[in-house]
Design a protein around this ligand. Structure first.
Ligand code: SER
Length: 390
């Protein structure tokens, strides 16, 4: 099942069950939000999960693009992406957790064709503040799924304050089809988490106290790319149709090892989406995140061949990405900004090499040296560290 059909199957399933399809936001949260980028599907819905009535009703479904920089060091493995999409469904004070889990199971089995024998659930087993989630446990038992109880892994929050509650996660077995599933989600990594159903039942305050919400809600989130990887029976997200043009067009252009190729694909694709949402490189905030992505990918590209350039980036990749994320600004401006950033970075590196070759910078650098290089020559610390090598 390709990505487009996966998306449609998900949204149609919930629309047929009375959910309104809401347009996902861009990567930019509203100005009142302290966070730089939208980090999860529920993020733009936080006020509604805390009780404000949503103009489109109490049952919602959407597809939300998200950006997470917390996982930057994991980029290059087979599952983490900087920009990804989350499929989400919500019951804002409407149906309860059990109904959500039943629909989740039905969609995975009948809509996506995952046999029951390849699914495993986990449920919140209780801690010193909140009791075990017995309702979810009973639901999974009725449905005949194996269940594991955990504590921290089955508690969801989006930071120290805000809506939170116990969650129940659905895992799919990704071992060889000939191998019967073994172990459980906490003991065998071949169990891959695909869908998280959160019972948003509390509001956590600054002092750590939990206030029960007048109107508990259900918030579910499923990473699209991970689901597609499982459905297409691949071991890496880069082998799915989502990355098909990337894996077809980049290797003939740049001969990179596998982790480097993945990093370049991820960071280029993410930079295009961030640019498509109107962010421009700068030394602060969102623009700095974009600048770091561009510099990381250029550093990787230039590591064993400094003549590589983003002028060779096929326009098809920019267009494919903007189309997929329904961004309308056109590929021209995106390419121009990327090339401009490449020029700036290259100039900065040249300057850095020149300055660092001076005798006074041959030993280990002090804090004052770093401050001087930054303030007088505009050389950021991480760039200097990169030039000095390991
Ligand atoms: N809040 C949950 C998550 O981000 C489900 O949307 O995983």
């Amino acid at each position: 099942m390709n990505t487009d059909r996966t998306l449609r199957t998900f949204t149609d399933f919930f629309r047929e069950r009375g959910h309104r399809l809401i347009t996902g936001s861009t990567l930019l949260p509203p100005p009142s939000d302290p966070v730089l980028f939208t980090t999860s599907g529920m993020h733009p819905l936080t006020p509604y999960l805390l009780g404000r009535p949503h103009p489109q009703g109490r049952r919602l479904v959407n597809v939300q693009r998200c950006l997470r920089t917390t996982d930057l060091d994991e980029i290059g493995d087979s599952t983490h992406l900087t920009v990804f999409e989350m499929l989400g469904s919500w019951s804002l004070g409407d149906y309860g957790h059990s109904q959500s889990l039943r629909w989740g199971y039905e969609l995975l089995r009948d809509g996506f064709g995952i046999p029951r024998g390849r699914m495993h659930a986990t449920v919140f087993g209780g801690d010193d503040q909140v009791g075990p989630d017995t309702e979810s446990l009973c639901t999974w038992r009725e449905l005949g799924l194996p269940v594991e109880l955990t504590r921290e892994e089955n508690w969801w929050d989006n930071g120290p304050v805000g809506p939170c509650g116990p969650d129940s996660e659905i895992f799919v077995w990704t071992g060889d089809s000939g191998t019967p599933p073994q172990g459980s989600p906490t003991t065998d990594p071949r169990w891959v988490e695909v869908w998280n159903h959160v019972l948003m039942r509390y509001h956590r305050h600054e002092d750590g106290s939990l206030e029960p919400l007048d109107r508990p809600s259900i918030d579910t989130g499923m990473g699209l790319e991970r689901l597609v990887t499982v459905l297409q029976d691949r071991t890496s997200v880069y082998e799915t149709d989502l990355f098909e043009p990337w894996t077809r067009l980049l290797p003939p252009l740049w001969d990179l090892d596998e982790p480097s190729m993945r990093l370049v694909c991820d960071h280029l694709r993410s930079s295009i989406v961030v640019l498509g949402d109107g962010v421009r490189p700068s030394n602060t905030g969102r623009g700095y995140v974009l600048r770091r992505l561009a510099r990381r990918l250029l550093t990787t590209l230039w590591r064993d061949d400094p003549s590589r350039t983003l002028s060779d980036l096929p326009v098809e990749l920019v267009e494919h990405t903007l189309d997929h994320f329904r961004q309308t600004g056109g590929s021209g401006p995106v390419r121009e900004v990327l090339l401009d950033e490449e020029r700036r970075f290259s100039t900065l590196l040249e300057r850095g090499r020149r300055v660092l070759s001076r005798p006074e910078f041959q030993g280990p650098l002090s804090q004052e040296d770093y401050a001087y290089l930054h303030d007088t020559h505009g050389l950021p610390r991480d760039l200097v560290a990169g030039l000095l090598g390991p």
